[in-house]
Design a protein around this ligand. Structure first.
Ligand code: NAD
Length: 281
C-alpha cells in the first residue's frame, strides 16, 4: 500500500490538513462533493504556502513539491488508493455515518479511517463499520498549519496498532499528539465550548457588547483571542453542532446551546466564513 493520505472535505479544516500532509511529503488526495470548495481550498493552500515562503520557513522548491503532491476529486471512490483516510466534512452525524460506510467499502483493507470530528462519538462512528479497530479520532486545531496540537481519540474498539500509526502520522506532520478517551466534546471542546456558549449568553442578556466581552477575556485572562471572535472563526454552525452533541451525549443542562447562538445560525450568520457573525467581515 502507498503512503497516500485521502482527506474528505476541503473546508477550512480539510485544506489545512492537506497542506501539512503535503509539506511533510505525503501524496494527498483532497476530496469534496463541491468543485468550488476544491478550487477555493487549492487557492487557500497556495496562499498559505506562499506566506511560509515569504517568512523564510519554506523554500520555493519545497512549496512547488508540496503543491505537486496534491490531487483532487469530487468522488469518494478516490479513497481506494489511500493508506490513511482523514474525514473532515461538515459536523453532522448522519453525514459522517454515510461517509464512513462509503470509505469502509472503498478504502484498502489496511487503511486507517480517521475523523476530524470536533465532538461526535468515535465509538458511534466505528460501531457501524466493519473495521472498528481501525477507526480513530484525529482532531486537528484551527488553523491547522499553525496550531501544534492534535487530539487523538480512541474509540472503545480502536486497536493499539491504529493508535500507534496515527500518533506516528501526527508527529510526521510536525504536530504534538495528545491521547484522550471518547466522551462527547473530548477534552478541547468540553472545556472551550461552555466558555463560548457563556459568552453568547452574555451578549443575549446584554451583559456586554461582543467587543467588550472579548476585551475582558483578552486583557483580563490573557487569551490571545476573545471567545466571540474565536466562535466566529470556528464557525457558529460548528459551535452549535458541538454543543448539541455535548448536551445530548452528556445529558447535562449546563451544555444547553444559547438561544441566541441558534438564532444566528438560523439566519445564516455563521461567522467569518459567511461574512457575518458576532462581527462583520
Ligand atoms: P467547513 O464547513 O469549512 O467544510 C466542510 C466541507 O465538507 C465543505 O467543503 C463541504 O462541501 C464538504 N462536504 C460536505 N459533505 C461532504 C461529503 N459527503 N463528501 C465530501 N465533502 C463533503 O467545515 P470545517 O470547519 O472544515 O469542519 C470540518 C470538520 O472539522 C467538522 O467535523 C468539524 O467539527 C471539524 N473541526 C472544525 C474545527 C473548526 O475550527 N472549524 C476545528 C476542529 C475540527
Amino acid at each position: 500500500m502507498s503512503d497516500r493520505v485521502a482527506v474528505i472535505g476541503a473546508g477550512q479544516m480539510g485544506n489545512g490538513i492537506v497542506h501539512v500532509c503535503a509539506v511533510a511529503g505525503y501524496d494527498v488526495t483532497m476530496i469534496d462533493v463541491s468543485q468550488s470548495a476544491l478550487d477555493k481550498a487549492k487557492a487557500t493552500i497556495d496562499k498559505n504556502l506562499e506566506r511560509q515562503v515569504t517568512k523564510g520557513t519554506l523554500d520555493p522548491a519545497a512549496k512547488a513539491a508540496a503543491v505537486a503532491r496534491i490531487a483532487t476529486s469530487t468522488t469518494i471512490d478516490a479513497v481506494s488508493t489511500a493508506a490513511f483516510v482523514i474525514e473532515a466534512a461538515t459536523e453532522n452525524v448522519e453525514l459522517k455515518h454515510k461517509i464512513f460506510a462509503d470509505i469502509d467499502r472503498l478504502a484498502p483493507a489496511g487503511a486507517i479511517l480517521a475523523t476530524n470530528t470536533s465532538s461526535i462519538s468515535i465509538t458511534e462512528i466505528a460501531g457501524r463499520v466493519k473495521r472498528p479497530e481501525m477507526v480513530i479520532g484525529m482532531h486537528f486545531m484551527n488553523p491547522v498549519p499553525v496550531m501544534q496540537l492534535i487530539e487523538i481519540i480512541r474509540g472503545l474498539a480502536t486497536s493499539d496498532e491504529t493508535t500507534e500509526r496515527t500518533v506516528a502520522l501526527a508527529k510526521a506532520v510536525g504536530k504534538t499528539p495528545v491521547e484522550v478517551n471518547d466522551y462527547p466534546g473530548f477534552v478541547a471542546n468540553r472545556i472551550l465550548m461552555p466558555m463560548i456558549n457563556e459568552a453568547v449568553f452574555c451578549v443575549m442578556e446584554g451583559v456586554g457588547t461582543p467587543a467588550a466581552i472579548d476585551q475582558v477575556m483578552k486583557l483580563g485572562m490573557n487569551h490571545p483571542m476573545g471567545p466571540l471572535a474565536l466562535a466566529d472563526f470556528i464557525g457558529l454552525d460548528t459551535c452549535l453542532a458541538i454543543l448539541e452533541v455535548m448536551h445530548h451525549g452528556l445529558g447535562d443542562p449546563k451544555y444547553r446551546p444559547c438561544p441566541l447562538l441558534r438564532k444566528y445560525v438560523a439566519q445564516g450568520w455563521l461567522g467569518k466564513k459567511s461574512g457575518r457573525g458576532f462581527y462583520t467581515y
